[in-house]
Design a protein around this ligand. Structure first.
Ligand code: OAD
Length: 283
């Protein structure tokens, strides 16, 4: 009994010491990083070196990367997405799809209308250039707007689908909505089986597309340098990808004008707009 108490007490002390050690290491990293930061660019010398030398680079983007193109983000910062007074997580939910498919289509048609005239911004274009710069480059997005592809990114893992696609609720056949059929959508049915079509995006309460997360997680685990750009990092499993990268030893960098729950885990946080910060890496 005495021995058992002793063992528990030493385990507690060890655990406490470990927490303190972790905290000190983390604050030291942040302090060192701050000391060597270039005042004009906000990028540290350490990060510049890593960017020059990295072979395997992983980028996770969220709504913030498209904000400077004029696409409303979901949370925080002014222009936030709402539809007929309904919060986006209600109208974009699996329950809503069952209750009122036509209204879900109306909301997604509206989102496509907003995006149709919008062009990629300097952040999308910088990321597009990075794909040829590194030996192994992975782009993963939570965005459904297709702006990375419009910027020329050849390969993009879309965790939450794409606004420009529809799929059959029954046989899963996919349809490209860029070919002018968009106006007929609420009543548009599958050419193969006659069932209704739905937006090919992940709604609240639904699983991610098969294989997309698994592939992204494998790439995150393998990365040397991981950028987390314009995401509030509260929607999982997407937000777990930088955690995976960090746990596997990658240097993790966040680019966002606001702090997020991931900021503390990052080796560097650059507080700024993606379209202004990302092009600075190539200077
Ligand atoms: P959010 O709207 O939750 O977060 C946008 C983030 O972008 C915030 O942290 C902003 O501070 C940041 N931001 C704003 N302007 C920026 C700029 N110019 N440059 C860089 N960052 C900027 O968007 P996501 O994190 O993408 O899922 O949201 C995740 C998921 O929640 C979405 O994919 C969507 C939503 O529910 C589904 O629809 C399934």
């Amino acid at each position: 009994m005495q021995n058992e108490k002793l063992r528990t007490a030493s385990l507690r002390i060890f655990h406490f010491a470990f927490l303190i050690f972790n905290f000190l290491v983390r604050s030291d990293t942040i302090l060192n990083t701050r000391m060597s930061v270039n005042q004009e660019t906000g990028i540290s010398e350490e990060l510049r070196r890593r960017f020059r030398e990295a072979r395997r680079v992983f980028v996770l983007t969220g709504a913030g990367v498209s904000a400077e193109s004029g696409v409303p983000t979901f949370r925080g910062g002014g222009q936030t997405a709402v539809w007929k007074g309904m919060p986006f997580d209600k109208i974009s939910s699996a329950g809503m799809l069952e209750r009122n498919l036509a209204e879900v289509w109306e909301w997604f048609n509206y989102r496509r209308d907003v995006i149709e005239s919008i062009a990629p911004n300097a952040a999308h274009l910088a990321i597009e250039r990075w794909q040829d710069r590194f030996e192994d480059f992975t782009l993963v997005t939570q965005n459904v707007d297709g702006l990375h592809q419009a910027a020329g990114s050849r390969s993009c893992i879309e965790l939450h689908g794409n606004l420009w696609r529809a799929r059959c609720i029954w046989c899963e056949a996919k349809y490209d909505l860029r070919n002018g059929e968009t106006t007929a959508i609420p009543t548009f049915t599958c050419e193969d089986c006659g069932n209704y079509l739905r937006p090919d995006v992940v709604l609240f309460g639904e699983m991610l597309p098969v294989g997309a997360y698994e592939l992204a997680a494998a790439k995150a685990k393998d990365a040397e340098l991981c950028f987390v750009v314009g995401t509030s990092a509260i929607v999982y499993p997407a937000a777990s990808l930088p955690e995976i990268a960090s746990a596997a030893g990658a240097y993790v960098v966040e680019i966002n004008p606001e702090p997020t729950p991931l900021s503390n885990l990052c080796d560097e946080v650059i507080m700024g707009k993606a379209g202004e910060v990302l092009p600075l890496f190539e200077l």
